[in-house]
Design a protein around this ligand. Structure first.
Ligand SMILES: Cc1ncc(COP(=O)(O)O)c(C=O)c1O
Length: 394
């Protein structure tokens, strides 16, 4: 058993007194405990923050992606282009909703999808593109949106990791037809472990989200003498142009929404701190070119994660030594999805993604949660230097 001094922690940040007080207050006073005033306030404030409308709080980002996939209205044979270097929740909801996946490669340096990579995957069956702003870095959206327009494709922005990031003042999640955010335990802000937001551009689609999110609940469309007969409300399938959508129960509770709203006040500060720390960390290791980082100083990156590729073919030895000799828990992340059994079983086990394979097979992700202290970061830097020195000797 390794005794870790620095864990690849499952909790991104601590809560301050104001945030704890908001949670306690919502626990004691919110009525109802779901779909009440805190939900509305969180959605409104989120919309103001990202500069977009039609924001819907959802129980997690995976459920939000599933609803976006549902609203793509896939027909038999429709294809969706997805980077294979991402978390599984960026992809499997599209299989559940009947699409076929075409895996796209990433750009080696930025580790995200580009218009050029997408273009290679477009066929006459392509209906949608999933753009993932992985690690917290916003992909180059302008050419991607132009390409999507040219081919009449739906763009789903998986901004689960890139909340608050922007290109020329436009926030991640507002470029595409759908924007998805996560407030999972690992993310730069977390609503007690689970939570998500779905941003919907199309007004007609946005209009049906409350019903789609809450079991198909809606009003009876006929006049009633007694409000309680035949029932308090109706249940139906929301519909667009004759296409009917099965409902879900994907609401986010009031306590989480109350917390989410107050966390938005601290988001820029958290992102800024993480970015400054990342730059400091990267620069402190400048004499070790065998470690390649993606260094971005402005708010196009929030350094949700701090990843590097190791150019000496000793990645596993590095992680092993960091763990055993220094007690630092580094990990590798985002196994190309086509390598997983689920995708192999579904017939999506093959991908022509050389950059993805090359990056994944040499990458390391450092512990980088917000609650790391200065002395932890110094220890992390010194340990990394020492292990890299040792590896140079071998
Ligand atoms: C890129 C990406 N997409 C989607 C998700 C799913 O988020 P959630 O855990 O809120 O469902 C995650 C979460 O880790 C993620 O990193």
């Amino acid at each position: 058993m390794i005794e870790f001094k620095i864990l690849f922690c499952g909790r991104s940040h601590k809560y301050n007194k104001e945030e704890i007080d908001v949670v306690i207050d919502a626990m004691q006073t919110a009525e109802p405990l779901t779909q009440g005033k805190h939900l509305k306030a969180f959605e409104k404030k989120f919309g103001e923050y990202i500069g977009g409308k039609n924001c819907f709080a959802i129980c997690n980002a995976t459920a939000a992606i599933e609803m976006a996939a549902q609203l793509c209205q896939f027909q038999e044979g429709d294809e969706v282009i997805i980077p294979s270097h991402t978390f599984t929740a960026s992809a499997y909801p599209f299989l559940k909703k009947g699409a076929k996946i075409v895996w796209a490669d990433i750009d080696y340096e930025t580790r995200v999808i580009t218009a050029e990579k997408i273009k290679k995957c477009i066929t006459e069956n392509t209906r949608a593109i999933v753009v993932v702003h992985l690690y917290g870095y916003v992909a180059d959206m302008e050419p991607i949106i132009a390409l999507a327009k040219e081919h009449d494709l739906i763009v789903i922005e998986d901004a689960a990791q890139s909340i608050g990031c922007e290109i020329n003042g436009k926030k991640a999640g507002t470029f595409g037809d759908f924007g998805i955010f996560s407030f999972h335990s690992h993310k730069n802000i977390t609503t007690l472990g689970e939570g998500g937001m779905l941003v919907v551009k199309d007004e007609r689609k946005a209009k049906i989200i409350p019903q789609l999110r809450h079991n198909g609940h809606c009003a009876f469309l006929f006049e009633r003498e007694d409000y309680w007969i035949p029932a308090m409300g109706n249940v139906d399938m929301p519909e667009i142009d004759g296409f009917q959508f099965w409902p879900n129960n994907y609401c986010l509770g009031e306590v989480e929404c109350a917390l989410g709203a107050v966390l938005l006040d601290r988001l820029d500060e958290i992102n800024e701190e993480k970015r400054k720390r990342a730059i400091k960390f990267i620069d402190a290791l400048a004499d070790y070119p065998e470690l390649e980082f993606h260094r971005i100083e402005d708010n196009r990156h929030n350094y949700h994660l701090l990843a590097a590729s190791i150019q000496n073919s000793k990645r596993d030895e590095f992680i092993r030594k960091m763990a055993k000799e220094k007690g630092v828990q580094c990990v590798i992340q985002y196994c190309p999805l086509n390598r997983y059994d689920l995708y192999k079983k579904e017939g999506f086990g093959k991908a022509d993604c050389p950059n993805t394979d090359r990056f994944y097979d040499s990458m390391v992700s450092f512990p980088f949660h917000h609650s790391l202290r200065e002395k932890d970061l110094s220890y992390l830097v010194e340990s990394t230097k020492e292990i890299l020195e040792e590896l140079r000797e071998i």
